[in-house]
Design a protein around this ligand. Sequence first.
Ligand code: 5GP
Ligand code: ZN
Length: 121
Amino acid sequence: MTYPTDPQCLFCKIVSSVIPSKKVFEDEEFFAFHDINPWAPIHFLIIPKMHIPSMAQVTVEHEPLLGRMMVLAPKLALEQGAGHYPDGGFRLVLNTGNHGGQEIHHLHMHVLAGPRPWFKG
Ligand code: 5GP
Ligand code: ZN
């Protein structure tokens, strides 16, 4: 499968294994890996392999892809040890742009879970 990438992008380099990561999941469309600086007992990122800079660039064409990403998140959260709803659960975060606190400009969803307190949030 071919998809647009940005050779300068850190997360595109993680997808292509140019930069190593602790992989959680991979299929044709998505790559998930542990955050290098976790702020909860469970903290990983789900990214589309396709280089989309942020949620600000999302169009109607991305609806099916993002729908599949939203369905993937709870499945991976449980596999990674998140407690069951409603006592357990998880937080999904999509930082967008500078005011949104986005540091890496390749669309990514933070999946945060595990017992409180968390280091942040
Ligand atoms: P943002 O602030 O853009 O929403 O989140 C970017 C996240 O990527 C941060 O939580 C940061 O810790 C994580 N991160 C940055 N560089 C790397 C890296 O090289 N490897 C991994 N696994 N995570 C990274
Ligand atoms: Zn990228």
